[in-house]
Design a protein around this ligand. Structure first.
Ligand SMILES: NC(=O)C1=CN([C@@H]2O[C@H](COP(=O)(O)OP(=O)(O)OC[C@H]3O[C@@H](n4cnc5c(N)ncnc54)[C@H](O)[C@@H]3O)[C@@H](O)[C@H]2O)C=CC1
Ligand SMILES: C[N+](C)(C)CC(=O)CC(=O)[O-]
Length: 485
């Protein structure tokens, strides 16, 4: 059954929530009084379609349908999840929750994007407070996994759990915050850095650009993968956190910060900041800046996925789920071993998928075939595996970021220590993009030498190879470089 989400308020944050749900297969119903809302959300969706599928190594669910509605009552009809993202004003939030509560399904989860308010404040005018909670996301919501989920003393624990499950299923990392407090956790941290930044620009210590450089060339990279405490533990050397605090604790009493003090945001300071920001980034439109940000985030998060670390482990778990949803492959004909989108970081200076990525996709296809025959992580840990001995790739057609590609695999030979595979890579319109022919040899990981596979693996491989004898010999098999066409 199609799942339905309602998005109430479709600005910067609501539009990106809409994209996150839609691209995860949910139908999305939007209410926003802004006559330009549909255009703006359309543009955010365009950027999300370009970036989000890049994070996964498997095809995402088919996109849901988006619709725009004239009232909150219409938008929330039939929705099991409702996300409020109206302006950060308590009067508007209260009116919105009243309208939502009057019309929504009685067991629908209602999340608020509020960056400051607590669930107790948000639900204070509602009879039923049990399904209203803070679900505070981070911009861009369609890429960044974190959502601070705060049920406070008003939301029902089972509603909070149900909410966390939904957010996990759309590839997010719901972080349950047990104690409600203004600004939750992350914005309290961000605000102290923001406040200090305003002072440094106000006092003429640096420009907006120098300040941003101080973050992105240094501690920003550390924070992205280890946060604050783990980073400082390492900074304490072998003695760790105790030594770190021993050494730097006393500096906390030095006048290094303005903390609660804010410079007066008068016209002069606002103009100074806006002018410096224009000089720094005014050559790009906001949509261009979003695309630059998204490409960088995708590359960084994919790097973390390869390490199964931090934000990357959320992606790895999401991929495991999408892969499991594919079910068991049919082995009687060509076997589907890869189905994915070409990610943004696979492009090169020619504006198409780089040659090395063809091998990466074929390598993934081989890994999948190994898994199918039983050479999975558990078997490899027991000491057996396959090594690739020879590869021949033909680059037949080009493909660009965002394109859907598949790899189908023929087992040419699967007897003894040998596994001879022939991969066909195709675009979604059926174009043959490349072929990959690979000879793999089973090895003992102890001796690092050729060795027979376990009987259950050879049996399965032989059975697939036998079934594939009915397929025609792959065109191009056994070709050599320079051979005429
Ligand atoms: N911009 C950010 O970086 C973040 C914002 N948030 C939170 O998200 C919420 C929305 O903020 P933004 O998207 O930045 O604001 P925004 O100004 O971009 O969008 C607000 C949207 O709400 C619509 N709106 C106004 N009155 C409405 C009503 N009565 N019913 C429905 N829609 C209405 C507006 O037309 C606009 O499209 C706030 O609670 C904010 O604290 C959370 C995380 C990050
Ligand atoms: C500026 N802000 C407080 C609304 C920012 C956030 O709430 C989170 C973010 O995305 O930075």
């Amino acid at each position: 059954m199609t799942k339905v989400a309602a998005i109430i308020g479709g600005g910067v944050i609501g539009g990106a929530w809409a994209a996150r749900f839609l691209l995860n297969g949910w139908d999305v119903r939007v209410f926003d009084p802004d006559p330009e809302a549909e255009r703006k959300i359309g543009e955010v969706l365009g950027n999300a379609r370009r970036a989000l599928p890049s994070l996964s190594d498997h095809t995402m669910p088919a996109e849901g349908a988006i619709s725009f509605h004239d009232t909150i009552a219409e938008a929330v009809a039939g929705a099991s999840y409702i996300q409020e993202s109206v302006p950060e004003r308590m009067d508007i939030k209260h009116q919105t929750f009243t309208a939502i509560n009057a019309a929504c399904d009685k067991d629908a989860i209602i999340g608020s994007s509020t960056s400051s308010f607590t669930p107790t404040e948000l639900s204070s005018e509602q009879q039923d407070k049990s399904r209203i909670m803070v679900c505070h996301p981070f911009n861009p919501v369609y890429l960044l996994p974190l959502v601070e989920v705060v049920g406070g003393s008003t939301a029902a624990p089972e509603a909070v759990e149900a909410c966390m499950e939904i957010l996990t299923s759309i590839g997010m990392k719901p972080l349950k915050i047990e104690k409600e407090i203004l600004g939750h956790i992350a914005d309290r941290l961000l605000e102290s850095v923001w406040r200090e930044g305003l002072w440094l620009v106000n006092d003429g210590v640096c420009t907006t650009e120098v300040l941003d450089d101080a973050i992105r060339y240094g501690f920003g990279l550390r924070w992205a993968q280890m946060g604050l405490f783990e980073t400082y533990r390492i900074a304490g050397g072998e003695a760790g956190m105790l030594h770190f605090i021993g050494q730097f604790g006393p500096t906390m009493d030095w006048p290094l910060t303005h903390l609660m003090d804010t410079p007066e945001l008068d016209d002069t300071l606002v103009k100074k900041i806006a002018d410096q920001s224009d000089a720094q980034s005014g050559m790009y439109s906001i949509r261009e800046l979003e695309r630059i940000r998204d490409t960088n985030l995708v590359s960084m998060m994919r790097a973390l996925k390869a390490q199964n670390w931090g934000a990357g482990s959320v992606l790895a778990n999401y991929d495991a789920e999408t892969k499991a949803a594919l079910g068991e492959p049919d082995l009687s004909g060509l076997v589907r071993t890869v189905s994915r989108t070409v990610p943004l970081d696979w492009l090169d200076y020619n504006g198409h998928m780089n040659e090395a990525r063809y091998l990466q996709a074929f390598g993934d296809a081989t890994d999948r075939m190994m898994e199918i025959v039983g050479c999975d992580a558990e078997y490899i840990a027991s000491g057996g595996s396959y090594f690739t001995a020879e590869t021949h790739i033909r680059h037949i057609d080009e493909v660009s970021a965002g394109a859907e590609i598949t790899v189908d695999t023929q087992v040419v030979l699967g007897a003894g220590k040998k596994m001879h595979l022939f991969h066909f890579m195709r675009a979604s319109d059926g174009r043959l993009l490349a072929t990959g022919e690979h000879m793999l040899i089973h090895v003992s990981l102890e001796t690092r030498k050729a060795a027979p596979p376990a009987p259950h693996i050879e049996e399965k491989l032989v059975a697939i190879a036998k079934a594939h004898e009915a397929l025609s010999v792959p065109e191009g098999m056994g070709r050599f470089v320079g051979q005429g066409r």
